[in-house]
Design a protein around this ligand. Sequence first.
Ligand code: SAH
Length: 329
Amino acid sequence: MNDSVYRTRSLGVAATGLPDQYADGKAATVWNIYVGSTQARTKLYRESVCDILRSHGCQHVLDVACGTGVDSIMLLENGFRVSSIDASDKMLKYAQKTRWARRKEDAFDNWVIEEGNWLTLLETEIDFPSEGFDAVVCLGNSFAHLPDFDGTNGQQRLALRNFCDALKPGGILLIDHRNYDAIIDTGIAPPGANIYYNSPYVDNIKTSVLRVDGKPSMVTLDYHLQVPLRLVKKRSHRGHVIAASSGTEDEDEAKVASHFRLSYHPHRLDDFKRLVSESFSESFESDEVLGDFQDFSKVATPAYFVHVVRKKENPDASSEPESKRKMSF
Ligand code: SAH
């Protein structure tokens, strides 16, 4: 409904049936440039994710929002076994390219990548371990991509239930979202270092908060980058490189402006915690929340909240039967 008033998404539809904000290829083309190289990701980020997974004894990880493969690659390089899915073939293309380029490394040769959608996770063409995955990761503010057009969070509940079902008993879901409390309350994303992305080419990111009947319904971020021409070649249909006018003679210095827009369904922290525990239902054990991967109380205004959700080892057999939607691997 909002889209008819204010164009927030590309009109592409993924093969898996969801509106795919990456379908026009604009964000996908420059995503790795926006993210920075996987090596350049902050030490805090890399160590935190790996430490959390290791401290819970996780080995086999399902990355449900792999995009261009940023998190998956990091996990593979750190000794995890990884299966990855994403709804956007435009994004997946880049993950596949890396897999191909590094196929001589065993970890990459065994890397499973498939198009998949959280709402129909069961139908994804990957092998689910008989007990379930040790961990499901959904990082980089991905979950908020799921729209909630009818205001019931029904899609969100379904996705979270599917994540839970993909986990083995005692497994963990590592899931994050931007600090939407701060964004909704102040109208801008908290400034400061981004724990995830540290590209030197980000010019600015503009924030809009759309309210429907007074309720925050959508947050739109407009990403403006100035990308060196040598990193992104714009080609005409005949394949000639089109030099963007940068006012400089030096090819290395020439920059091309890149803009992409992504819209998110904002979750306040307390609402999200409730959503997770309700969706995991009798399988819910705990939800430890970190602020920018640190002790919550030590970060004044975190940019991201990271939830470490643990699935019960032995869900109470006496509670509501789960057979209705239990995943059959
Ligand atoms: N984790 C990666 C990608 C973040 S971009 C990183 O940090 O770089 C968010 C990704 O979520 C996109 O690639 C998008 O296609 C994917 N996504 C959004 N909704 C999805 C859904 N319902 N099912 C599967 N993937 C989805």
